[in-house]
Design a protein around this ligand. Structure first.
Ligand code: ASP
Length: 433
């Protein structure tokens, strides 16, 4: 049985993904004969088994997000706050996140203009789309600052939790002996939460299998055929950004092997793909950053949660291609100034995109409005968005890991021994022994 074998955790998750997709696709065809015994059985399997296990899996991941971010970042920022490196590190992180996102959207725009995915599209399906309200950029900024930390945690408002944890961590580092006592507690707490993450990762193959089986049993793949040009343009740019831009930037900025980076990040990529949520994947990304990439907690505790919240390169790529696609479908020209506006707005919109499934499509409305395109155009691409969401979330999370490694390396806080060692073994295998 594969779950008892000597396979690494990543290979088990990968196998579970393939099996989940295959079974989902089979169930999809079986459910076609409505009312038949087979169709009823399929519906029961999907709704009462796969959905239940999948939802529980996602809930257990999300459960860890707030405790992990808060506890870990108090430890991290108290280490940083003591020697005033926090500001420099935060500046580098933000700068790199914004820069990579701007590159991502520009690539999206460029390739969409070369491939022209929207030429000759029929817009008749746009009639029944009601646009959802996108958040105003001003509110996105104001909302970073919490008025009540308990409310911020209860609502899972990540940027607010980050701000509170940083303040607390800096205060801990300035509180002498008393501060050290608090820090010792948080450090132990952090270890415990990290162990919870590792334990949960062992259940991932089952969770991932159920999530994908359910998703693919309901996914109408015929939509992809109709929108093949759009779909493959987004997929191509995602690949190019993930494999080309990230690896080149990483090599240039760290002099470490980008292939080892990708190999080590694999568990987080697989989780991101299966859950379509940077936020739910965050505990795994943190684990990967510290245990597989060798990034010190002082860096990872800040860069990873921040990245899961604001760094969405994959989403920006989709928004760039979608903007050109919709403009072409509606026969509207975007001016040069319009393109600059798209780059700026999409970069900001991706900051305001929560790391949960499908939100990138809602913030796309912001970008479309900015250049005067009809928001109803979103209806054209909604049919293939679920699958693209999985792919772009994988890129979003890879970007978080890449930037975190670059920042850690520049601060001399990346352990090269861990970075190169882990790629050859699976440290989750030893868990609990
Ligand atoms: N699902 C994406 C994420 O969590 C956000 C989006 O593009 O919809 O990273």
């Amino acid at each position: 049985m594969f779950w008892e074998s000597k396979m690494t955790l990543s290979s088990k998750i990968l196998l579970a993904m393939v099996l989940g997709v295959a079974l989902g696709a089979i169930l999809n065809t079986m459910s076609a004969a409505e009312g038949s015994f087979i169709a009823n059985l399929t519906a029961w399997l999907v709704n009462s088994v796969f959905d239940v296990v999948g939802q529980i899996f996602i809930a257990s991941l999300k459960l860890l997000v707030v405790p992990l971010v808060f506890v870990s970042l108090v430890c991290g920022s108290s280490a940083m706050g003591a020697n005033a490196r926090m500001g420099r590190m935060a500046g580098k992180t933000l700068g790199l996140y914004l820069l990579t996102t701007a590159i991502a959207i520009s690539l999206g725009l460029l390739f969409a203009n070369l491939i022209n995915p929207g030429l000759g599209i029929d817009m008749s399906s746009t009639a029944n789309y009601t646009p959802q309200p996108a958040p105003a950029l001003k509110d996105v900024l104001i909302n970073i600052f919490p008025t009540n930390p308990v409310k911020a945690m209860a609502e899972g408002n990540m940027l607010q939790v980050i701000v509170f944890a940083i303040l607390m961590g800096v205060a801990v580092s300035h509180s002498g002996e008393k501060g050290k006592e608090v820090l010792r507690f948080f450090e132990s707490f952090n270890e415990v939460v990290m162990t919870m993450v590792s334990l949960l990762m062992h259940l991932a193959p089952y969770g991932v299998f159920c999530l994908l089986a359910k998703l693919f049993s309901e996914l109408g793949l015929s939509a992809i055929l109709d929108l093949a040009k759009y779909f493959f343009t987004v997929a191509l740019v995602l690949l190019l950004h993930g494999l080309g831009v990230y690896t080149t930037a990483f090599k240039l900025l760290t002099r470490l092997s980008p292939w080892v980076l990708l190999k080590n990040v694999r568990p987080a990529i697989l989780f991101a793909f299966s859950t379509s949520s940077s936020s739910a994947t965050m505990p795994v990304t943190m684990n990967v950053a510290e245990k597989r990439l060798g990034i010190d907690n002082a860096i990872a505790s800040f860069t990873v949660p921040l990245g899961a919240t604001i760094n969405m390169d994959g989403t920006a790529i989709m928004q760039g291609v979608a903007t050109v696609f919709i403009a072409q479908a509606f026969n509207i020209d975007i001016s040069l100034g319009g393109y600059v506006a798209v780059v700026l707005t999409a970069t900001l919109a991706s900051i305001g995109t929560a790391g949960v499934p499908g939100v990138g499509l809602i913030t796309l409305a912001l970008v479309l409005q900015q250049v005067g395109l009809p928001v109803e155009g979103i209806a054209l691409i909604i049919g293939v968005d679920r699958l693209l969401d999985m792919m772009r979330t994988a890129v979003n999370v890879t970007g978080d890991c890449m930037v975190s490694s670059v920042v850690a390396r520049s601060e001399d806080l990346l352990d090269e021994t861990i970075f190169y060692e882990v790629s050859d073994r699976d440290e989750y295998e030893n868990l609990g022994s």
